[in-house]
Design a protein around this ligand. Structure first.
Ligand code: CAA
Length: 695
């Protein structure tokens, strides 16, 4: 008798129940247990039909992802599902929770599908760099046609029970007690002598001859660099061209290719890393959390407004504070405009817009913040200003209120010292646009209490963000690493590369844009003003004037002025090489007496990425990031590092740290630059033949 799958009979119906918490994943024991329970059900003469269901919170949510990468153990899931489909009794899947991946594929091996109205089903394997490899790519098109199957398999999004019923996947949607409903439905089907319905025996509706090439074209841009979506298309195409057995063989070949690909390894790493970042050593489930029922936001600019939207969208009331009525009105209007734009795209109803707006109040007085549970400051990036704001917050907010700063560079500890409650102060660094970007760097100060950390990490999830806890240093994890990469990009151009060449190499690696297109998006004036400030206040340590300063002085500030490092045509964000920039670079090289040389794409990639890895290792040593996976998630959700490369630290592991270290050492020998001084941690791991993942 299996521990994880049971068989019992109730009211002439045999119940096969998977009980493998937390999500009833289809590991080896479950697969074997399903076959054993099926045999029991088939041998049970008293059972007129069999129901497959999950105990606890869900129908099986897919294969056990932790088993991928290990030697596969029989029985394989496709064989289990084929056995279910070929069995001699009427089979009904009764779904609640999330029937995902292999879970949904099990339902496709049954004759009938019943679902609770709250249930969702889907084939999200593509998000793990895989395809539904247990017959899903062959059965689903037979059930709903090629086009709809492509949407489900390549899109990878779970669908609601009602929608699935309309599509013809689910036969009946019920509410209330699933087990009772399933037994009643199975009895009814048995009484009616309902026919067996083997999905594998259906023929596929291909709809049009160009359905597959059209689909490939439609995803070409969005899925650039990914392998799995294109393999999914090939597998569905096989369902239209081959009989079921041959199609399933083709599906297996394509699945195996993906399973063994570095991309899937990276995407599986990201799946677990995303869950791991929420687990903070020292913070337990029973660490007390504070209730956050109302939030105050200081600053109604682009950042403050974007931050406010996260809370409003999650149903949490916000009080927004500004110094002047005009700025406040502008901020509120911008929030409304953003929501209305979302509604226009059909992603929100007008009632939802009004509900969000009704949760927003505004004020010019700090005293109005006396009842909020959390305040997030999003004012000008200046220590003096921030300290004044925190002094005021300390005065007006109630005991136990959490005081957060959205600073991207300043010292959270120093800010905390301007209050009498540094234990309540934390950094919450949102990424622009704050209502869109999923990353939230939560910055722990020296005094920040566990309670505050636990509350803010939970809250990140509640507002749909991936919260990563980091420590204090200039730029924290994300921007500190970014600055090192940007410095390399500029050096590469100084030495002979063009901005377009550097950008292309990183774009081809999978980043959404190169360093210079990114600088144009952020605005060249931002860095220039900071450098100018330093030149005034601290001339001895100020950075040397370079060609980027020259561009900024000509008011070439990037996309917003129609030109920066690149030129931009009116209403078009495509970066085009600029003659002005080329001339400024030439001038700079001549002034500096730089003799240019040909720079290879390999050198560009190595210098831009290895410098990130080296800085990442330093950040780990300092304890600013807790684990390599925290750095990976920061870069994936904050900067669009390609998911299929797994993040900078995972990527370095996949190259081999000995190789990465040797190159970094070589760059250090050649330049003597501090950025290339190998991090002792990297040195040690390389010597020991270890990976960051082994830490
Ligand atoms: N295998 C192994 N572990 C899994 C898992 C899976 N398929 N799905 C979830 N888990 C684990 C999580 O890692 C997490 O573990 P920890 O508590 O140790 O961190 C735990 O289960 C709970 O998961 P979540 O924190 O994600 O819980 P949630 O309630 O927020 O979400 C869920 C539940 C919607 C099922 C979500 O976990 C999910 O999307 N899981 C993955 C589903 C999936 O991709 N299935 C396809 C698998 S591939 C496949 O099936 C291939 C095939 O065709 C044969």
């Amino acid at each position: 008798m299996s521990d994880v799958v049971s068989y019992q009979r109730e009211d002439e119906i045999g119940l096969i129940v998977v009980d493998n918490p937390p999500v009833n994943a289809l590991g080896h024991a479950v697969r074997q247990g399903l076959l054993d329970a099926l045999d029991q059900g088939l041998a049970d003469d008293g059972a007129r039909a069999l129901v497959v269901m999950g105990a606890g919170r869900t129908f099986p949510a897919g294969a056990d992802i932790r088993e991928f990468g290990q030697t596969p153990k029989e029985p394989a899931l496709p064989d289990v599902i084929n056995r279910l489909e070929d069995s001699g009794k009427l089979l009904i899947a009764a779904v609640h929770g999330t029937a995902l991946g292999g879970g949904m594929e099990i339902t496709l091996g049954c004759d009938y599908r019943l679902a609770l109205d709250s249930a969702r089903m889907g084939l999200p394997e593509v998000n793990l760099g895989l395809l539904p490899g247990a017959g899903g790519t062959q059965r689903l098109p037979r059930l709903i046609g090629a086009q709809a199957a492509l949407d489900a398999i390549v899109g990878g999004k779970p669908m609601k029970a009602g929608q699935l019923e309309k599509m013809g996947v689910v036969d009946k949607v019920v509410s209330g007690d699933l087990k009772a409903e399933a037994i009643a439905y199975a009895r009814q089907l048995a009484d009616d002598n309902a026919p067996r319905r083997k999905v594998s025996e259906l023929t596929v509706d291909k709809e049009s001859d160009t359905v597959f090439s059209d689909y490939e074209q439609s995803i070409a841009r969005k899925k650039r660099g990914f392998l799995a979506p294109f393999h999914c298309i090939k597998a569905v195409q096989a369902a239209t061209e081959l009989d079921f057995a041959a199609g399933q063989k083709r599906e297996r070949e394509l699945f195996t290719e993906l399973l063994n690909s570095p991309q899937s390894a990276a995407q599986r790493h990201v799946f677990f890393a995303e869950r791991e970042v929420g687990k903070v050593p020292g913070i337990a489930k029973d660490t007390p959390r504070r209730e956050i029922a109302q939030v105050g936001i200081i600053g109604a600019g682009t950042m403050g407004g974007g931050i406010a939207m996260n809370f409003l969208s999650a149903g949490i009331p916000v009080k927004m504070l500004e110094m002047k009525q005009e700025a406040l009105d502008k901020g509120v209007a911008l929030i409304r405009k953003n929501y209305e734009a979302t509604a226009k795209k059909g992603r929100m109803t007008s009632e939802q817009v009004e509900r969000c707006m009704s949760l927003l109040t505004s004020t010019l007085s700090y005293d109005d913040l006396s009842d909020v549970d959390l305040v997030i400051e999003a004012v000008f990036e200046n220590m003096k200003v921030k300290k004044e704001v925190f002094g005021e917050l300390d005065r007006v907010t109630k005991p136990g209120a959490i005081l957060a700063t959205n600073t991207s560079t300043l010292d959270v500890n120093e800010i905390a010292q301007s209050t009498r409650r540094p234990e309540d102060v934390i950094g919450m660094h949102f990424f622009s646009p704050a209502n869109v970007m999923k990353l939230l760097e939560n910055v722990r100060g020296e005094a920040t209490s566990d309670e505050v950390i636990a509350t803010v990490m939970d809250l990140s999830k509640r507002i749909g963000k991936v919260g990563v806890l980091v420590g204090v240093c200039y730029g924290f994890v994300g921007n500190r690493i970014l600055h090192k990469r940007q410095a390399q990009a500029i050096s590469l151009v100084n030495e002979g590369a063009t901005p377009a060449q550097v950008d292309k190499v990183l774009y081809d690696f999978g980043l959404p844009m190169g360093p210079f297109a990114m600088a144009d998006l952020a605005g060249l004036d931002v860095g220039w003003r900071i450098r100018e400030g330093l030149r005034e206040s601290d001339p001895a340590n100020a950075p040397e004037r370079n060609w980027l300063d020259a561009l900024a002085e000509q008011e070439r500030w990037g996309q917003k002025t129609g030109g920066g490092v690149f030129d931009y045509a009116e209403g078009d964000r495509t970066p085009r090489p600029s003659e002005v920039t080329a001339a400024e670079i030439e001038k700079y090289r001549a002034e500096q007496g730089i003799e240019t040389r040909e720079i290879s794409d390999t050198e560009i990639l190595e210098r831009c990425l290895y410098v990130m890895v080296n800085e990442g290792a330093k950040i780990l040593e300092e304890g600013v990031a807790m684990r390599p996976l925290d750095i990976d998630i920061v870069w994936i959700y904050g900067y669009g590092f390609p998911v299929y490369q797994g993040g900078p630290m995972f990527w370095a592991d996949s190259i081999g740290l000995d190789k990465v270290h040797a190159k970094i050492q070589q760059f250090h020998d050649e330049t003597g630059h501090d950025d290339w001084k190998p991090a002792p941690l990297l040195e040690r791991l390389a010597k020991e033949g270890k990976r960051f993942a082994d830490l």
